[in-house]
Write a protein that binds this ligand. Structure first.
Ligand code: UDP
Length: 420
């Protein structure tokens, strides 16, 4: 569905805005057409550093075809870099989320050189540029700026490493607007607008579309996931912030009382060099359960499988220690499944505790296990939470709302630019 043509990711999924009408209704669709009318023919460029795995790529992949469908000529380019570059930017990610990491001048040099060298491959003559996350942030330094530039940061910025933030801030200040997912990620001392835009999911993608029971059964069988016991699932990259080892601890506690099975599904992103090390830690922690077939680890990148797992699960867990927004929570709620998750980052924006799911302190293993047991032992409770969660997502976190927000942003930025 998405493939690379040089540095450009082609992601025409064949879907149009009209396809969303039955899900979100006439008012939402006509509102979008109204906002897009003044933007027809404008050219927009998105740049990030991977076209697969992870929430950022997931959103851009659905947003770009819809932007094109409403008349905005939208291109998506992928910054390339070597393994050292991605190790550094992965550490940036960790340090922005609060881990203390020192960076050497050589590392900063490689970061800048990678951006400079990529700028040699990418001409920019668009009406607006959206740069996603820290990897391509310094690109702005290597162009003559003839249009508004927006930095869309998907990371939890509530407590970044101060030295790294000072370094990155120097680039951010060159931008016209910074976009964040949460009020708590605002940074002080920034001259430009810091605009909050919640992420969203595409209800028609393979990840989220309706699946027939036979399709679900076939997908689970292909990946060797039996359904003879209730499934508890966490879909997440093997990443320390997603706390997969903590999920195994919760499972161990639940399993003392209720027979069930845990699936941890996390594909390995090319820009995530830490994944396999974390995977092995999980393997060690869950050894006895893996041998008994009660913990299943999956590293495949298969959106239909994620969809099937979410639909087949009795409970979706998201025990993150930090979380920018948590699209896996949105996806789980959209499937009408009860979600038990950490009260961190963007997750509380999606779950009202006891109404659309359960929220817990991320270190509260006992509490997680208790909520999981409660749902396993009361299927009506799970049904009620799931129904309410799905409706909440329909109203707030579908891709049509994200598109509408982008149109607002484009209208505002292009008007400002014309007036300066
Ligand atoms: N994802 C996936 N396969 C996996 C693990 C994750 O497709 O094995 C997807 C997941 O469904 C979601 C995204 O990657 O769409 C993760 O986004 P989220 O905001 O939850 O976390 P991030 O990875 O961006 O920190």
């Amino acid at each position: 569905m998405a493939y690379m043509n040089g540095i450009t990711c082609i992601c025409d999924n064949g879907r149009t805005l009209e396809d969303h009408r039955p899900i979100v209704g006439d008012d939402v669709i006509s509102g979008i057409y109204r906002k897009a009318a003044s933007l027809r023919g404008k050219r927009v460029l998105h740049v990030n550093s991977t076209y697969q795995s992870g929430g950022v790529a997931e959103m851009i992949i659905s947003l770009v075809p819809l932007m094109n469908d409403v008349g905005i000529d939208t291109q998506w380019n992928i910054l390339s870099g070597d393994a050292d570059f991605f190790t550094i930017t992965k550490n940036f990610h960790n340090a922005l989320q609060g881990q203390a990491i020192a960076f050497s001048n050589e590392e900063m040099g490689l970061y800048l050189r990678t951006n400079e060298s990529f700028s040699g491959q990418m001409a920019i003559d668009h009406d607006l540029v959206v740069i996603h996350d820290p990897q391509p942030l310094p690109l702005i330094r290597f162009y003559r700026k003839t249009q508004p530039w927006v930095w869309r940061c998907h990371v939890d910025l509530s407590n970044p490493d101060p030295a790294l933030w000072e370094f990155l801030k120097g680039f951010v200040l060159d931008y016209d607007r910074m976009v964040i997912s949460h009020e708590g990620y605002r940074r002080r001392g920034m001259s430009m607008e810091q605009w909050i835009c919640r992420p969203a999911i595409d209800p028609l993608s393979d990840k989220n579309r309706d699946l027939a029971p036979e399709e679900i059964a076939g997908l689970l069988a292909n990946y060797g996931v039996p359904t003879d016991k209730p499934l508890i699932t966490q879909i997440s990259r093997f990443d320390k912030w997603k706390d997969p080892v903590g999920v195994v601890d919760v499972f161990r506690e639940v399993k003392r009382h209720v027979d069930c099975r845990l699936v941890l599904c996390g594909s390995m992103a090319p820009d995530d060099p830490e994944g396999w090390a974390i995977y092995r830690q999980v393997e060690d922690a869950a050894r006895e359960f893996i041998d008994a077939g009660d913990v299943i680890l999956i590293t495949a990148e298969d959106h239909l499988l994620v969809n099937a797992l979410q639909r087949a699960s009795a409970i979706i867990l998201q025990k993150s220690l930090r979380e920018g927004f948590g699209l896996t929570v949105t996806e789980g709620l959209w499937k009408g499944r009860p979600v038990v998750a950490s009260r961190v980052g963007g997750i509380p924006l999606q779950i009202e505790d006891g109404e659309t799911g359960f929220l817990l302190d991320p270190t509260d293993t006992e509490g997680f296990a208790w909520r999981v047991r409660q749902i396993l032992e009361n299927p009506d409770l799970g049904e009620r939470l799931g129904r309410a969660g799905k409706e909440y997502v329909r109203q707030h976190f579908l891709i049509t709302r994200l598109l509408s927000d982008y149109l607002d942003m484009l209208n505002a930025e292009l008007t400002d630019w014309d007036n300066t």
